[in-house]
Design a protein around this ligand. Sequence first.
Ligand code: FAD
Length: 312
Amino acid sequence: MMYDLVIIGGGPAGLTAAIYALRARLNTLVIEKLGVGGQIALSDIIENYPGFPSLSGGDLMKHFEDHARAVGMQTKFTEVLGIDQNGPYKTVRTADGPLETKAVIIATGAEPKRLGFPGEQEFLGKGISTCGTCDGPFYRNKPIAVIGGGDTAVKESIYLSRLASKVYHIHRRDRFRAEKILQERLLARENVEILWRSSVEAALGDDSGVTGIRVKNADSGEARDIKVDGIFVFIGITPSTGFVECDKDPQGFIITGADMTTSNPGIFAAGDCRDTPLRQVSTAVGDGAIAAAKAEEYISEMEGRAYPSAPK
Ligand code: FAD
């Protein structure tokens, strides 16, 4: 079977692209390796998606999924391993076999970065986490450390401070990059201690998991061991783009035009996986809509039809 469009990734960018593509009557398949919703589905709360002043990421993405299903979204749950050119078409290689399509939208987002300190890999899943909503409840009334200075780190720290007895928030600079409103909320939390200009030297632990963290202050040069039961690392993301061949920036984010085209004709990219100045649900949504419209145009041109379709 030949699809018009295969969308890789079922997060905000992929689901928006699916809604636009299906309404354009493209025979569309969404491939997702985990669950529909993407990374925001794991977030406790989202307060900056227009129209929804405050709801959980899971609830927001349920609205997206319901909408996409209502216009006929088909999904296949498998991992995409590569994309090959097959004449004018593309072969999408998946863990469950190949699929043929005329065009592809990459909407695979990104995964949390690691800091690389001793013990980080060893205790991952045993006291070290990159998801507050997933793992925060395990640290109810226990001391924890949070690392990072961006929106996600500060937001997650606020959330975790409602569960943990104490949060040591470790940041290598002397100010946060996060939105001011988030900073104000974090600084107002009584059980949060900010360790400015500090970096993690090591996670400390034993067979039971994390028991502490060694933190070094850049000004004094002194290292200090702090007793914590959990360490949450929020220091940015790495794009999930290793399987696709096209131009990328040094971090691996796919380089696109404003029309979401990549250097590989017929392959479009949308959302967190591309080189974009802001990685949020609202920007992923806009990217997904543009990518679907441009994919439709590409397919129409490939098939030698005028675009938009001439009236009958
Ligand atoms: P993603 O949501 O990452 O979705 C990509 C999907 O592709 C995933 O489901 C993944 O499983 C799938 N995938 C990846 N590789 C493959 C493959 N090879 N084969 C098949 N499937 C694959 N944004 C906001 O606007 N407001 C917030 O308050 C906010 N809070 C956040 C809190 C946290 C903790 C995090 C982590 C992020 C937050 N964000 C927030 C950012 C937001 O989640 C992202 O900008 C948004 O999810 C990007 O959407 P996307 O569709 O590009 O990618």
